[in-house]
Design a protein around this ligand. Structure first.
Ligand SMILES: [Zn+2]
Length: 169
């Protein structure tokens, strides 16, 4: 994981309702810049996760340790009527990857997984049928993903307390 973002609360923040004096322009600008930099940092962390999910998408179809089984199972299903949906490769594909959420939803499912799963469904439908198809995301899964994502974002941030400042002096 990236370094945690350290945020030191500013008791003189111009949005603090206790503040009685208007900020100087330089202070106003520096507080705004700090906020923009902080948000930019966390957005970059999330963007990196989306990029990684795209980069690793369907790795169980292309890495050598899985690829052969996929090929054999697929050919068997097309030519010999073997039920592809219950093969070991298929089970591994569902368990190891995070985009078949209706078949296997990890406890820590998050919004990046939901996005990958939506993209997967739409793209695959276009490839197979030439239609966008229907995307459905279960409400409780979505809520779980939302809460897990909020928890994840909080975990990227360390709030620096005054006590910690004193300790270091
Ligand atoms: Zn898949």
């Amino acid at each position: 994981m990236n370094e945690k973002l350290i945020i030191k609360p500013n008791p003189n923040h111009f949005l603090n309702p206790a503040r009685q004096t208007a900020p100087k322009l330089t202070e106003f600008e520096s507080i705004n810049k700090e906020h923009i930099d902080n948000v930019r940092y966390i957005m970059q962390v999330i963007a990196d996760e989306i990029i990684a999910a795209g980069r690793d998408h369907d790795y169980t179809k292309i890495r050598d340790q899985y690829k052969g089984d996929y090929y054999v199972d697929l050919c068997n299903s097309i030519e010999n009527g073997v039920d592809f949906s219950s093969t070991e490769w298929r089970r591994n594909h569902f368990q190891l990857e995070r985009h078949h959420l209706n078949e296997h939803c990890p406890d820590d499912v998050n919004l990046v997984d939901i996005i990958e799963s939506i993209v997967n469904t739409i793209v695959e439908n276009c490839e197979i049928n030439g239609t966008y198809g229907t995307v459905s995301v279960n409400n409780s899964m979505l809520l779980n993903a939302l809460n897990n994502t909020i928890a994840k974002i909080k975990n990227y941030i360390k709030i620096k307390t005054e006590e910690e400042d004193v300790e270091k002096k």
